[in-house]
Design a protein around this ligand. Structure first.
Ligand code: ADP
Ligand code: MG
Length: 292
């Protein structure tokens, strides 16, 4: 494209709240045939709320929630914030914890009044050798609703399941439909539970889901799609997403996301709405049409 058409395209983008950082991104966006969307904070609002507390027995809902929230108070994960806010809403006193530790993409653990408490996904508990059979039913029920189930264990025994739900951003489903209408395959990628991811994907009209991806493997998934000869766009908001955003042919960051994600991407969608990506693709098409 000519420098003038690039300037015009970039200017139109800026007016629409889409910051395009390179001429190359504007020139490539119309060629995308695959777009990978992070789930939490990209398709959904990323501000989950506590919905369910289901102890397996042995303790009450409030006792389980207090233990779990005490541990999550030391975590910076949005899921943790939802659990702590839920405990505050119930006026629970949270005990002190020591020896807090977090495992990226899996969960957290700490000692609470002498008891070892673990909260996270099945990988975290399985890795600690805990039998999660008693939790499976609740995990499946919550996930089928699109909620994120977190498994809790106390002193090596399954103790219950905590459910947290995020809501879709307005316009996510419409943006997915618009991308599909332009011949682009949309893929959801998330570290979240497979069943939860599938439920959310169904709500927004996405057929292809890559779930339970470890944060460090998101870029590898993008690379794999590129290896199939695809031109791949990626949209994400988190620190986790930064390498995948850099790997993609066109990386777009949610404007309200983390700085690292923004710095690793070619395009910033300032309002965070996914419709911005559709606009970027259309701008790219118009820009390239002008020069032919
Ligand atoms: P996402 O890709 O949705 O941002 P992450 O990779 O951050 O997800 O986390 C993947 C999964 O690990 C979560 O869905 C959750 O099950 C578990 N997890 C991560 N952090 C925590 C935490 N602080 N407490 C409980 N579970 C957690
Ligand atoms: Mg995210």
């Amino acid at each position: 494209a000519t420098p003038l058409s690039i300037t015009v395209g970039t200017g139109k983008g800026a007016t629409a709240g889409i910051l395009i950082r390179s001429a190359e991104a504007l020139e490539t966006a119309h060629k995308l045939d695959t777009v990978v969307l992070d789930k939490t904070g990209t398709i959904t609002k990323g501000t989950p709320a506590l919905t369910d507390v289901r102890p397996t027995g042995g303790c009450t809902e409030d006792q389980l929630l207090a233990l779990v929230a005490a541990v999550e108070r030391s975590s910076e994960h949005p899921l943790a914030a939802a659990i702590v806010a839920g405990a505050h809403a119930r006026d629970l006193d949270l005990p002190e914890v020591i020896a807090f530790d977090s495992v990226t993409g899996q969960g957290v653990r700490a000692l609470v009044e002498g008891r070892e408490v673990l909260v996270g996904n099945h990988r975290l508990l399985a890795g600690a050798g805990i039998d999660i059979q008693a939790l499976q039913r609740d995990v499946q029920l919550l996930a089928a609703d699109g909620k994120t189930p977190m498994l809790a264990a106390v002193d090596g025994e399954a103790a219950g399941v905590i459910g947290v739900a995020d809501t879709l951003k307005d316009g996510s489903a419409a943006a997915v439909a618009a991308l599909v209408q332009r011949g682009i395959e949309v893929v959801m990628m998330t570290g979240d539970n497979r069943a939860t991811a599938a439920a959310i994907a169904r709500q927004v009209g996405i057929n292809r889901v890559v779930a339970e991806v470890m944060p460090e493997h998101k870029a590898r998934e993008v690379k794999r799609l590129q290896g199939e000869g695809r031109i791949v766009g990626m949209v994400g908001d988190g620190i986790n997403d930064a390498p995948a955003l850099a790997q993609a042919d066109v990386g777009s960051a949610i404007g309200t996301g983390t700085d690292v994600a923004i710095e690793s991407s070619d395009i910033t969608l300032i309002s965070g709405a996914l419709s911005g990506l559709v606009t970027a693709v259309d701008l790219s098409r118009a820009t390239m049409r002008n020069i032919r």
